[in-house]
Design a protein around this ligand. Sequence first.
Ligand code: GCO
Ligand code: MG
Length: 403
Amino acid sequence: MDTIARCDVIVCSPGRNFVTVKITTSDGIVGWGDATLNGRELAVASYLTEHVVPCLIGRDASRIGDTWQYLYRGAYWRRGPVTMTAIAAVDVALWDIKGKRANLPVYELLGGKARENVLVYGHAAGGDLAEMVDDVGRFLDLGFTAVRAQTGLVGVPQAYGAHAAGSTYDPADGSLPTETGWDTRAYLDQAPAYLAAVRERFGFDFDLLHDCHHRMTPNEAGRFGRSVEELKLFWMEDPTPAENQEGFRLIRQRTSTPIAVGEVLNSIWDVQTLITEQLIDYVRTSVSHAGGITHLRRIFDLAALYHVRSGSHGATDLSPVSLAAALALDITIPNFGIQEYMAHLPVTHEVFRPGYRLEGGRVWLSDAPGLGVEVDEEAAKKFPYERKYLPVARLADGTLWDW
Ligand code: GCO
Ligand code: MG
């Protein structure tokens, strides 16, 4: 029996913070998992080292499902981003090990390829409308056939999306969260117009996506969706906070603009109503925040019954290990929709060397055993953890809002 001999938790910051799990088996096989929870990284690292690692040593490395239940049911406390991210990292590392042991890529263990490659969307952004439209053009020139477009709002300081492409949200003074602004009326006035400007310049022959980032009420979201219907968005993402899944009934009644939800949610129960009542079109739960390959596969299977397709979160705060794991699911499931793809910074690749490859708006998977990602632990040591936060948002009168 190949047992879990060691489990190390590596925290490093090559361009941004990442928490990585390394499991080594008694036969010397190494598997990698991503345990990064942006802005709350050390909570997961300590959950792992203090509470999970001691339970793993000596367990049969091949029993992935049993280990998942042991960590989930065995904790007594349910769900939540810290727990589900920790479980995800262990789960993904064990799938990586299973692949390496079988000398097969993980996607072969999941049933084999259902498609040749994985459709991804890129992130076009800009400080203002002109910059953002140019950035959409840049992605189309690179061969992307799906692009998400975001820009700031005139009169609102640093609203989400106002950052130039590739920039991070690091606090200006290096310590506390950046304070940004929000104004729903300005958004409802301006966002449909700037999305229309993209269609005007580049036409309809590509998929246009937009992230509303959880800031509207269901009623406002319904109005927004209706006002962009003729722009034929691929999706509007997170139109309203999804803790209240029932709120999406109202949006659905108002608009046929497709809806994508799930990046901040962690379990199948968090998306159950959304899926079973067909209130969304794409489920965006991620492999690293929703319990790993084992649990995300369950979510996608449930979604398939209700014509909901996958649209996995893939921002740069998910490490290349996560992306490789997401891609293994993307290429095998019947109800694949699209995969988010934000290129990692070159410095991130000094530590994480993935085998997948982007070409013409699609990603081709590596056929290396396991997930095909190498992690350079020596290089990781050069990039110590730095405390960072996601921004917060406030209305003009100071009321704290959803960022
Ligand atoms: C997306 C997301 C990200 C998140 C980020 C938070 O759709 O890509 O909304 O931009 O804000 O992952 O850590
Ligand atoms: Mg999003």
